[in-house]
Design a protein around this ligand. Structure first.
Ligand SMILES: CC(C)(COP(=O)(O)OP(=O)(O)OC[C@H]1O[C@@H](n2cnc3c(N)ncnc32)[C@H](O)[C@@H]1OP(=O)(O)O)[C@@H](O)C(=O)NCCC(=O)NCCS
Length: 401
């Protein structure tokens, strides 16, 4: 067995990388028509390959995005996706070699974070990724559900043509972005596959919420699946639900729950603090399942990430271990007045994937000490870290990539 080799792929190798990825997730390689969309969603110089001799056996890709952090700043993030290793070459270190190169390259490109959605939760912790946002799948039995009349309302919801969706939604989404920690910049990459392909080829509908002055401040993308039983109602599945304020959120729910001949409305990925049960006359019509695996982030540049968000309360000294990007390893004094490297004794020690879990505010240090993920050298430090990293809104990503 010869050792695998690794390198970046050229543009004319992207189709083989795309085909390989599809094979690893057990789906059919894209037709020429679908490849035309996928090709547009590849940025040059961001795909890596693992080779057995001349044969491509593994691949990973990222596009340049940005992550909203607590306090509202957006920092560069490599959005990692299309990760796959050929079935007959797994568990030989292909992914490990690919990830090492991809993360080093992200650091060279001044990315502060890498982010991904994981197919299986066991894969990415070893590369420094931690679960940084949670999300909730909301299922509503539509015939029983009605939005409370007293819930704020404004403007109107209108269906969009694919042309209008592509012309108007990217700008509208960009304006909503600072809304929550965890939201990411979508750039053109997302809209080609996320909206255009689905609306043109897969019977998806987009609708926008317009304010009274005609500005879009919310949108949904959904499809409706007819059941096999002709007497049963259909399921309306929402794959994108964005809203800049409560009135837009409420009106989009009113719209979705008003679609006729639908038994169930399912929204994949609302924030865990979405007050949907309180919003409905019959709150029990909604069921929410928390998914623990929404956006995983990796702090590629720990000092830059720590310095980019605000903190509250009293300082704490954290020791971070990062064997893969070793310049991140060390002790940091985190305080409301800034973050700096320090030689002071560590009060909490953790691996860099656990820092990712704390960073956006999804998890509390106290709970991570309880779970054995953080070692509290000073027993008072976890409560201080709880306050330092807390944020008033639950982080949420809301973009599938
Ligand atoms: C997930 C996948 C990319 C891993 O690739 P790989 O080349 O086998 O990974 P490596 O050989 O570098 O494994 C590194 C380590 O992770 C472990 N690991 C990797 N994938 C794992 C999995 N799915 N389940 C459990 N452990 C896994 C390996 O056992 C190994 O552990 P070790 O260092 O203790 O021996 C590959 O199995 C695959 O393509 N799966 C199907 C597609 C997929 O899920 N893609 C991810 C989309 S987000």
């Amino acid at each position: 067995v010869q050792p695998l080799t690794f390198r970046k792929l050229a543009d004319d190798e992207l189709r083989s990388a795309g085909d390989l990825f599809c094979q690893t997730v057990h789906s059919r390689p894209p037709s020429d028509e679908i490849w035309a969309y996928s090709r547009r969603s590849y940025q040059s110089d961001r795909t890596f390959g693992a080779f057995d001799g001349d044969t491509l056996v593994g691949t990973t890709y990222s596009w340049d995005s940005a992550l909203t952090v607590p306090g509202g700043r957006m920092l560069p993030m490599a959005a990692v996706t299309r990760v796959g290793v050929r079935t007959d070459h797994t568990r030989r270190g292909a992914l490990t070699g690919l990830m090492r190169r991809q993360l080093a390259s992200a650091a060279d490109a001044d990315m502060v974070f890498a982010g991904l959605l994981a197919s299986e939760p066991v894969i990415y912790g070893r590369f420094g990724f931690g679960i940084a946002t949670l999300s909730s799948i909301v299922r509503i039995r539509r015939p029983l559900a009605r939005v409370r009349p007293e819930a704020a309302t404004s403007g109107v919801v209108r269906l969009l043509s694919v042309e209008d969706a592509l012309a108007q939604l990217p700008k509208a989404y960009a304006a909503m972005l600072p809304g929550r920690p965890g939201m990411i910049d979508r750039s053109d990459v997302y809209w080609a596959l996320g909206y255009e392909r689905r609306m043109r080829g897969e019977d998806f509908f987009a609708a926008a919420h317009y304010t009274e002055s005609g500005v879009i401040d919310g949108c949904v993308l959904y499809d409706i699946n007819e059941p096999a039983d002709p007497l049963a109602g259909a399921t309306l599945s929402v794959v994108d639900f964005q809203a800049a304020n409560e009135a837009a959120t409420n009106d989009l729910w009113r719209f979705l729950l008003g679609v006729d001949l639908v038994d169930e409305v399912v929204v994949y990925g609302r924030p865990v603090d979405d007050p949907i049960q309180a919003l409905l006359v019959n709150g029990a019509a909604a069921r929410c399942d928390v998914r623990e695996d929404a956006l995983w982030i990796r702090l590629v540049d720990v000092p830059a990430a720590l310095a980019a968000r605000p903190y509250d309360g009293d300082p704490v000294v954290i020791e971070v271990r990062d064997p893969l990007l070793d310049t991140n390893s060390g002790r940091y004094r985190v305080s409301p007045h800034g973050t700096e490297r320090t030689e002071a004794a560590a009060e909490l020690t953790m691996d860099v994937d656990v820092l990712a879990m704390l960073y956006l505010g999804a998890w509390r240090a106290t709970d991570l000490v309880g779970a054995g993920r953080i070692t509290a050298v000073d027993p008072t430090a976890a409560a201080r870290a709880d306050r330092l990293f807390a944020h008033d809104r639950q982080p949420w990503s809301g973009t599938f990539f």
